[in-house]
Structures are given as C-alpha cells and as structure tokens.
Design a protein. Structure first.
Length: 499
C-alpha cells in the first residue's frame, strides 16, 4: 500500500459528506462534548500553574524550527548513536517499505504475533493490516486502542482513540468480542469504569507474559544519545517495552530532537497539553540494548512517508512540529461536533486538516483544509505554537489551484470570482450591481429576511442566514449627504478619496 492509501482511509466520503452524517448522530455529539470539555478544562488549570508557560511554548517552537531546518544532520546523529548503543536503524521511504521491514523483522524471530504500544505512525502506514496479510496477528494493548480493535472500528482522536464510545457501548464490545481475541470478558460485566478496566487488564495480561515481539511508536528521540522516549498513562506501554525479547519502534523522522536536554521542555508541555496532568504516569526511555535488562534486540524504523515533501513547503512544514498532544482537537468547535471519523484520516481535527493533505498530496484530501472556522483556538492551545490557521489558508489556496489544474472547464466558484472581479474593478458596474442586488433581495425577502437563494447559491444560503441589503448603498448615501464643495474640482474629490 502507498502512504496515501493508509493515511486517508479509502472509501471514506469527503469531509462535507462525512461531517453531515456525524452531525446527525446525537449520541456521538454528546460523547464528544463531555470528553473534550473535561480535558479542555483540566489543561487550562494545569497550564495556568506555570508562570513560564508561554516561555516554554516559545522554547519548544524554537527547538522544533531548528530541528526541521537541520533535520538531515540530526537524523544521521541519531542513527550513529542508536547503532553505537547496540540498536539497528532502518530507513523507510514510504508506508509500503516500512511495512515490509517490520514484517521481515517479525518473521525473522519465528513469531506469529506481536503486542503493540499505541502508535500513530503504525496506524498511518496500516501496519496491523499488513501484518495480518503476512499471517501475523497484532494485539493493541492501549485500552482505547483495544476498544477500537475489538469493535472493528477506527480511531477518532489522537489521544483518546475511542472518545466516540460511551461505557455502555464499550461493555457490549467487550462482552461480544473479547473471547474471539483471547480471554473472554467476565460474566455479568457491568459498565462501571473499574470493571471495564479490570476486564481489559485480565484480557491483556496473558498476552504481555507470552509475547516475544513488541512494536511501538515514539514520542521523541534524542539525537546525541540515541535515547527513544514513549509516554503513556496506563503502564501497558511499559509492559511492551520491557518484557519481549525483540522491540521494533516505528518513528516519524520529525520526532527527533537535537539533544537529551531538550526533553526537559517537552516533558513539561506534553502531559499538560494532552491529558491535563502535571507529568505522565509512565515515561519510558531506552538507549539501544542493555545486557540483562529489557529487550535483547532493538530496531528503529525511521519513517518518511511524505514528510520530506512536507518539509519543502516553507509555510506548511510547521505542521511537522506537532507532538501529538491533541490540544487542538479539544478546543476545535468543528471537531467537537463532527468527531474524528469525518476527517477520513488517522490524524483528525485541526492538525489532521493541515498534516494529512501534505503527507498524501493536496489532491487526495482537498476538503480537509476547509474543515475549519479559522477561529484560531487551535493556535492558542498548541504547545509548540504551530500557526494552524495560517497553514489552513495556505493549503486552501493550494487546493483551489490543484482543482483548477485538474479541470478543463471552470467551476461555478471560479466563474463567480471572475464576475466579481469584473464588477468590482469598475465603479459604474459596481453601482449598477448594488442597485440590482438590492432590488432582487427585496423581491426575495420574507418577514424581513432572505430565504434560500435560487440556483447554485442554494448550497450556501441553505445553511446560513443571508442578510437583507440596505435600501440605500454607502455610495448613494455619501453622495446624498456629502455633496462636493464648490471649490473642489471632480479630480480633487476623487484624489481625496484615494488617500
């Protein structure tokens, strides 16, 4: 499969159609509103505790900008450090190559199953599906990812993949599916969170104890020491990273940091921005392999899959600074109402709207940059200060250009813009158009407002209130109330108006 095949789910409708269906799901909207509101409030509270919160954001943004400018240099340093510590580094240009590498490494161990730490990178490349085709079964061990896997579902949130499910739905999934994947759910399982967590613990424990191979992602990697970092809140990651004999980590190339000391900044920002916690319950760090401690074999797969192409865009490249905290999702009014599935990508929300089109090509996700109100809440919340609204506007322009190149005939929007340009470039034509618009609006008005406009304008006016134009235009009002002084010539009056 190609990167585009995996980052964007094939067969998924474009955002406008998918969002329309999501908006009709009242249970989904209630689940999202409750969950995002809780996380949002917690984040605000713990961020406010730090007097230097804004300085931390500025520092993190500066580190990321520097790293992206010198990414090739730091990746080579990382490869050297990991190799010196006993690990093996593999380079994957795209999803297909990454899947081949991981499949080969698992087969070389003679095993037919792996346990997995929650990982956006492996979801991006469709690793579970690729392993299944090779006869290897992958078991998700993160609680939310387990819910998604057992429910034959797709993740809808970067941090909480099953945010669209409530606990009653989770209980039914456990009762119905756990027995097909291993230890069945306990008899009489309730929807109490403690009972659900205990059922998951019992189900996963036997997998942890017998697994010989684990697959993980990475939150960060320090180029100077070769240290790889995974942060999580349940302890399942720690089990996967320490018990198996072989550990395979798939990491996007943008996750590298220049030095181990840089972790001080990011390990303060990430937990506060993601879960509203002061620190992560589990922060696992490892450097290569150590005799008698942890896995005997460590493989680091460095994944490109569109990142180099994104890096070439001077405006869009800032999306690569993302640390996958999901703060932008939790404050986004669009995400709160549509959920993550509507984005048709493993990266939902505002960051998905700017990252996915760049990884797969704007022509493959042209609707995503328009999935935003441009309110700027995502920029305010981002711990590394990614200017998401700026990138959205930039990508919207690219989407329009891509659409124009792909069409032989002009679009209705294109024709409308050309007509507007012709009208607005002439004062006489503009004045005539304003008079006609006012007359037409009054003919269409009912009860002081305009209903749905005819023809192609119906798509716009069907979901918006169309304001009723004033009876008198500004131009007419100005001429009526501000006649030119006698001493002013027409040329002088016009010259004054241009200042």
């Amino acid at each position: 499969m190609s990167g585009a095949d995996n980052v964007v789910w094939l067969g998924t409708p474009a955002f406008p159609q998918a969002a329309r269906a999501a908006l009709a799901d009242t249970q989904l909207r209630a689940n999202l509103r409750r969950a995002t509101g809780t996380i949002r409030d917690k984040r605000l509270a713990v961020a406010a505790e730090l007097e230097d919160w804004e300085e931390l954001r500025e520092t993190a943004a500066a580190v990321k900008r520097h790293t992206l400018r010198h990414l090739d240099h730091h990746l080579l340093r990382l490869e050297s450090a990991v190799t010196a510590a006993g690990g093996v580094v593999h380079w994957a240009a795209d999803a297909a190559e990454a899947n081949r590498i991981v499949t080969h490494l698992v087969r070389a161990t003679g095993e037919s199953e792996v346990v997995k730490v929650k990982s956006m990178a492996t979801q991006e490349i469709g690793l579970n599906e690729a392993l299944a085709e090779a006869g290897i079964r992958a078991y998700e061990t993160d609680l939310a990812e387990l819910i998604v896997q057992l429910g034959h579902d797709r993740p809808s949130h970067i941090l909480v993949p099953a945010i669209h499910r409530n606990r009653s739905e989770i209980r039914e999934i456990f009762r119905r599916e756990m027995g097909e994947w291993g230890r069945p759910a306990p008899e009489g399982l309730s929807d109490d969170p403690r009972d659900l967590a205990e059922a998951a613990r019992l189900h996963l424990r036997e997998k942890f104890l017998r697994a010989k191979v684990a697959v993980s992602g990475a939150n960060f990697a320090a180029a100077d020491t070769g240290t790889v970092v995974v942060v999580e809140s349940e302890g399942n990651g720690r089990m996967c990273l320490t018990l198996p004999e072989t550990l395979i980590t798939v990491m996007g190339i943008e996750k590298v940091l220049p030095s181990f000391a840089d972790l001080e900044v990011f390990l303060q920002l990430l937990p506060r921005s993601s879960t509203g916690e002061r620190m992560n319950p589990y922060t696992s760090l490892w450097t290569g392999v150590t005799e008698g401690d942890g896995p005997r074999n460590f493989h680091l797969v460095l994944l490109d899959n569109g990142r180099t192409a994104t890096l070439a865009d001077e405006v869009g490249r800032q999306a690569l600074a993302c640390i996958r905290c999901s703060a932008c999702l939790n404050v986004c009014p669009v995400y709160e109402r549509t959920g993550g599935h509507a984005y048709g990508s493993v990266y939902p929300g505002p960051i998905g709207a700017v990252l996915t089109p760049q990884l797969v090509g704007i022509e493959n996700a042209a609707s995503l940059p328009f999935a935003s109100t441009l309110c700027g809440a995502c920029y305010d919340a981002c711990p590394v200060k990614i200017n998401i609204p700026e990138v959205l506007v930039h990508l919207r322009a690219e989407a329009v250009e891509a659409g124009r190149r792909g069409r032989r005939l002009p679009t209705i929007e294109g024709l409308a813009m050309k007509a507007a340009a012709a009208v607005m470039s002439s004062p006489e034509r503009l004045a005539t158009a304003q008079k006609l618009a006012g007359l037409g609006a009054r003919l269409l008005a009912r009860d002081g407002r305009i209903g749905v406009l005819p023809g192609p304008f119906a798509r716009w006016s069907g979901s918006r209130d169309t304001p009723l134009p004033a009876r008198e235009t500004l131009r007419a009002w100005w001429r009526r109330t501000r006649p030119p002084a006698k001493e002013d010539s027409p040329a002088t009056v016009e010259g004054k108006g241009r200042r």
